[in-house]
Write a protein that binds this ligand. Sequence first.
Ligand code: TXA
Ligand code: MG
Length: 332
Amino acid sequence: MILTATDENIAKAAQLITSGEVIAFPTETVYGLGANALNPTAVKSIFELKQRPSYNPLIVHLAEPAQIQTIADTSEPGLENRIKRLAALWPGPLSIVLPKRPELPGVVTGGKESVAIRIPRHPVAQRLLRKAQVPIAAPSANRFSSVSPTCAEHVAHAFGEDLAYILDGGACEIGLESTVVSLLSTPAVLLRPGAVTLEQLREALDEDVLIAAPKPSGSALDSSQILSPGMLARHYAPRTPVALVSKVEMSRLPKRVGYIGFAAGSNAPQSSFAAAINLSKTGDLHEVAANLYRALHELDDMGLDLILVDSCEEHGLGRAIMDRLQRASTPG
Ligand code: TXA
Ligand code: MG
């Protein structure tokens, strides 16, 4: 059921979380499927609902940095200072991987000795966290490896009757999953690009930040080798095949093709499409990111043979956009 995020409904959602239920809620990036991170049974329900492999760790959401100590071990020399520097970018679309404390159930972190922590800035997420007074483990509210939801209807579409409570906070402002950065090593490592950019991370930390190499597609899955399972080559993908305009032979397109452009009239090839969506009139990458998943969901429901997508420079927010599109266009 989709419920408007009124005070009353947020209070009800918080109460469901503290009693061990799973609910969906909005953040500024994408919608999350939340449960009490300190309740292993509740966290297991998230994995079941999402059909997600148990080795794939969840992000734990907190209301404020003061709560980090309750789930992460920050005793390593220098770590507190690095966290403090990155915390300047919070609340927001940033998740920081830190050594975990033994008190945090291993099911949350997929058996890893580390935990990804995020302090979201969406007012509904903030109010929910403060009301529930527990850390909330939440992956994106979609089935494993499909496109993340950027509105309450996407969540309802993915889970139907399996999910009783969806807090509706409108369309997500950013539209791409949070940046994930690991502080387990120095220099830090960017595990997933997002709206907090590599350039911002380097500036805030005042240290180099390395970029983790994605898992090559087609290689055998070995959970121990996967730094961050969101790095799987194919991920964030609709059921319909996706291809980047720059990489296809335009004379050999299948019959029913949908097109997603980044700017009015930009790389749009001269061809007739079954559907065409422009994400931004001016090519504004914030607008492109905010509208991208909605366009993918929409075209995916049309039963097309192929979804063709525009490209942009892999810099700033463009790095996150192209990361998701490369994964979506990796053959399964
Ligand atoms: O924007 C977001 O991050 C959304 C909202 C709901 O917060 N959440 C989200 O969660 O995208 P999920 O589970 O779909 O993606 C979490 C990513 C995965 O790539 C996972 O592998 C990585 O974070 N991750 C989580 N814990 C980790 C850890 N301890 N070490 C390395 N990577 C981790
Ligand atoms: Mg996800």
